[in-house]
Write a protein that binds this ligand. Sequence first.
Ligand code: NAP
Length: 313
Amino acid sequence: MAVLYRRVALIGIGLIASSMALAMRQQGLAGEITGHAKSPQTRATALELGLCDRVFDTAAAAVQGADLVVLAVPVGAMAALAAEIGPHLAPGVTVTDVGSVKQAVIDAVAPHIPEGVAFVPAHPLAGTEHSGPRAGFAALFQNRWCLLTPTEQSTPEATARLRALWEGMGSNVDEMDAPHHDLVLAVVSHTPHLIAYTMVGVADHLRRVSNSEVIKYSASGFRDFTRIAASDPTMWRDVFLTNREATLDILGRFTEELFALQRAIRMGDGDMLHAYFTRTRAIRRGIIEAGQDTAAPDFGRIAAGGPGKAGGR
Ligand code: NAP
């Protein structure tokens, strides 16, 4: 594939940025990759694994001479980094991010983007419960969606080139506005994560069932909650603090549905429960038909000999 960017600067070198580095290298999409992360340890790992050709102690130094800058840090860290790199961005550069929330990132980053620099927010719906530079793998974005949420600072050329980069890394790309993105993600990702965190917390607090029983019998369903609830605490704290309105909206609806099901159980209303579960089963079928998960029993764990890796975030 053709080189799309001469020099890509990765700000933050965790799961997402390291996967991007590996995918860009595999597909020949970037000439050179520079990087910056908070800790010297992560910077050293990025060199050791060949994720970056050069790493820098500051974000400002890492973006010098780059034609694409990727902000791949937790959402709450974006504003300070954008303020730091803003004065070092030359006209013609594209800045993008991979944050899981879009309107809050736009509010945090946009004021620091100078005239002549394009800002194209993006969110790859791909991830695992692992984090850090060693967690990345080149196939993470294969057949996963990447959502672009262009603003008035996104030129059509910059948006088209970033789309080509994500397609080159194996993603399908859609565009939507940031508020809609945040509502969609509250439904498909953010609220489900909160529910998983809650369920694992309930099991932890319940003293009538011992921890060893919970672990021993976890394959009955609990195990799938624990995978999601093992996700990075900093990232997810920031997601809920910054996608507050949409998450609270969906949580309110969730609570109403939960009460309806609770009432059906109490009243012995089997018809209601059966009809409800029939509708939800159809959604699962739709996900499989869209190629977003496997129809293999137990998510293919037994057939593949291990847990499936990629999941949307
Ligand atoms: P991660 O693996 O935890 O890595 C975060 C990286 O950001 C680390 O390299 C960390 O450096 C660096 N960092 C944090 N604060 C910083 C600061 N103030 N200055 C410089 N570097 C800083 O995170 P990730 O999973 O790749 O997530 C990155 C972004 O992608 C987040 O905005 C998240 O919402 C989004 N996202 C995540 C997923 C997912 O499933 N994980 C999916 C899609 C999008 P150190 O290692 O030195 O601490």
